[in-house]
Write a protein that binds this ligand. Sequence first.
Ligand SMILES: [Mn+2]
Length: 489
Amino acid sequence: MRGSGSGCRGVFGLSEICLLRCSTTANWTPFTEQMEFLKSKSSSRLAEVKKLVDAGWQKNAFNQYVSDMISVHRSLPDPRDEWCKAPNRFLEDLPQTSVIICFHNEAWSVLLRTVHSVLDRSPSHLIKEIILVDDFSDMEHLKQQLVDYFSDEPRVKIVRAKKREGLIRARLLGATHATGEVLTYLDSHCECTTGWIEPLLDRIARDPTTVVCPVIDVIDDTTLEYHFHDSGGVNVGGFDWNLQFNWHAVPDHEKKRHKNPAEPVYSPTMAGGLFSIDKKFFEKLGTYDNGFDIWGGENLELSFKTWMCGGTLEIVPCSHVGHIFRKRSPYKWRSGVNVLRRNSVRLAEVWLDEYSKYYYQRIGNDKGDFGDISSRKRLRDNLGCKSFKWYLDTIYPELFIPGEAVASGEIRNLGYGGKTCMDSPARRSDLHKPVGLYPCHRQGGNQISVHGRELCLDSACKPEDLHKPAGLWPCHGQGGNQVKIVAAT
Ligand SMILES: [Mn+2]
């Protein structure tokens, strides 16, 4: 099995298609062209393929059929800026890392491509081991078949959870088996590019309290094409008062610190799936809140405490890792528990100080049962961490603080009897539609704030945009041509 690439399917007489189309290079025939090719064959074969394609989408929420046709050792473009390739850019003596990849029912070719991309594109002395944490998968290919496949690669270790643990506990399970000085977490549907690990380890070698994230490139969920931008397009992580992670452009105060856009940039938060951290520093920070369940909030917890407790969080533009972004989650979870809210309330209680009220307002002040947080508060005290106000003022000054708005309320047109107010639709599908005027209803609602989502009044501003309507866009916190629609407080 090893070295045979993804193993073209010979089923349904399609082997000739594999021979023609299974390229081991990045120059891969677009899926639509393949379908055209297939149409020239008999319609019953086409129907069989379509069935397989649909089944792959159903199981994974990405195009598994296409992934299975691409080599697990495929070559990728080198997305790095020239600055990254300068001699002696990174330290010679770098710490070894354990790469921890958690998965639950991941597709065979996608998981293998993740692992091979690490082995194929990292200097071997820097990879202490790759720990595959199986979060209680039931797909057959992830059992003995996976063990057999990696049987002669001693650096690949497989750890199995005894029940479904969720991402947070699975990551911690991986950490308990790790022997490297640095932990590097990856999702199980990633591909590392040339030179991805050295710039991450370099930052930690220089200062072990630095937590680093690669730039996350997009692997197309339909075609598996690899998309990337140069360092000028790098974004940093933020969050909104629903405690949802978001991305924003590198702010001016941060740009001023750099001579070259490829230098590591401070990021207020991390997306959470892909990062490297010194193992001892991770332990000192108390890893993740052990009261967190399954998924969600852990990325903000680690971000806040990294900054507040003496560390630094950076995005490293010289390091690129591709990730398949799915439009839905293919996994089942027990229903009836609002896990994300529980995690977020614990996060707010422990780390947000007086700013927690902005989150609570957004969940109707219904904190629910969030368990015991005393040990997490003690951790914060023992580490002597700084205040959330310090974090906001120093690390994330571009975040809008609802209580600091100069005014809040309805916007009323005083002409013609003063009975019309600015109003907006607020469903996700209404985004980017113009705002308009409706009779004032004095009920707040969409005439004062767009509930549950951080949307801003935004207008185009070029001369040719004159007379075009203003509309709602996700807030970018950069001022410019956006005005915030604030909640009444
Ligand atoms: Mn992912």
